[in-house]
Design a protein around this ligand. Structure first.
Ligand SMILES: *Cc1c(COP(=O)(O)O)cnc(C)c1O
Length: 398
């Protein structure tokens, strides 16, 4: 991560095709587009690579999550269980539909804690949304069981773990719906973009229609299409899809580079006292987009994080003190700072956040350092980096 580091010839070629035809829109203009359907082609390639029946490209990962929820009929007053460690997009996408994010603890996988999920289920719960943070995944088997026992929808936010798998299946394909982001800093980028994938024909049809104002995409006269229900505009442009098409074809390369760099650093840190790695659920294979480890306590993690920064070790994050990814800093959500009035249900539904503490998650996030794995590093650079990291940690923990 991120794919933009290796932007090159292939991406330029795909974009040039679109510029040559001048058709920047993914639908219609059949006779003018010189045979180029970049968004459609990328959807086909995603379906075949991940062995999933349907892919619906959209304008962002955030819109992918909203679209997945809307396609499953989730809206006003419905509760969606999600983790307290994730990008803010997770609750934004839920709130956008008037649904209520029910935020629960994570465990040493850095993803949903199964017991906390079980305890959060109420008669209003409609969906569980694990977020496969930082290149690894939630333990999906127990979540699949909970969802089928309680008749809930399982939506995987796999935005940060594209290329990872669980029990031999691509992440994003184990739930009812899966979401990826192709924003500028993700492993595969479109510049801006995202996708919803599913094996369910009804959910896909809903996603196809809803993402384009309810257009049913039948026939060749866009203006004459019927609109069975209200929709929205979550469309991706052909230019963005063209970049993503070239990038997505390089996914295996990107993952193998990430794995190589990850492994070099992991080996160097493996035998350090007072350091353990995040746990990966049985049957899971990481995407290697990040290397995550725990130190003994919050103070040590803070010291290591500062020493990393002071010594040129960039792209490592101590999320406990970070504004974006952990509930501790989500003051705007806790205080319901919204530009527009919330519904009564949503106001009431979010009020638990004023008091709820996340001790279990603090215990993990407070001690966690998360290091992004770059694609553009050279091997000697990674080795040097790994040695510096190890020596910093040794000097602080001994
Ligand atoms: C990046 C990201 C998103 C949102 O994707 P955008 O394309 O930036 O809207 C959602 N969830 C997670 C976990 C992400 O990392």
């Amino acid at each position: 991560m991120p794919g933009f580091e290796l932007f090159g010839k292939a991406e330029k070629k795909e974009v040039q095709d679109v510029l040559n035809s001048g058709i920047l829109m993914r639908y219609g203009f059949d006779s003018m587009r010189q045979g180029h359907w970049k968004a459609k082609e990328l959807e086909k390639e995603i379906e075949s690579k991940f062995n999933v029946q349907y892919a619906q490209l959209v304008s962002s990962g955030t819109s992918a999550v909203s679209l997945a929820l809307a396609s499953a009929g989730i809206g006003a007053g419905d509760e969606v269980i999600m983790p307290c460690f994730t990008f803010v997009a997770s609750f934004e996408a839920i709130i956008m539909l008037g649904a209520i994010p029910v935020i629960v603890d994570i465990d040493d996988t850095l993803t949903l804690d199964i017991l906390s999920v079980q305890n959060a289920i109420t008669p209003k719960t409609k969906a569980i949304m694990p977020v496969h943070m930082c290149g690894s995944m939630a333990d999906l088997d127990p979540l699949i069981k909970i969802c089928s026992a309680h008749n809930l929808i399982l939506i995987e936010d796999a935005c940060q773990a594209i290329g990872g798998s669980y029990n031999g299946k691509a992440l994003g394909t184990l739930g009812d719906l899966g979401c990826f982001s192709f924003d500028f800093v993700k492993t595969v980028t479109c510049g801006e973009g995202g996708v919803v994938i599913t094996n369910n024909n009804d959910l896909y049809t809903n996603a196809d229609l809803f993402s384009d104002h309810g257009h049913n995409h039948l026939g060749t006269d866009r203006g004459a299409e019927t609109h069975p229900y209200l929709g929205y505009n979550f469309r991706i442009s052909e230019l963005n899809a063209a970049v993503g098409l070239a990038q997505f074809r390089r996914l295996d390369d990107f993952i193998s580079i990430q794995k190589k760099h990850y492994t070099i650093i992991r080996k160097e840190l493996e035998n350090l006292d007072g350091l353990t790695f995040r746990s990966v659920p049985k049957g899971g294979v990481e995407s290697y987009a990040f290397l995550n480890f725990f130190l003994n306590d919050l103070e040590t993690a803070r010291k290591v994080n500062s020493a990393f920064k002071a010594n040129g070790i960039d792209v490592c994050f101590h999320y406990y003190d970070n504004n974006w990814h952990y509930v501790r800093k989500w003051e705007h959500l806790k205080n319901q700072k919204s530009l527009f009035p919330f519904s009564k249900e949503l106001k009431k539904g979010l009020s638990y956040l004023k008091k709820k503490s996340f001790d279990k998650s603090d215990h993990f996030i407070g001690r966690n350092i998360s290091c992004l794995i770059k694609l553009s590093w050279t091997e000697p650079e990674v080795m040097k980096r790994a040695r510096i990291m190890a020596s910093i940690i040794r000097s602080i923990t001994s």
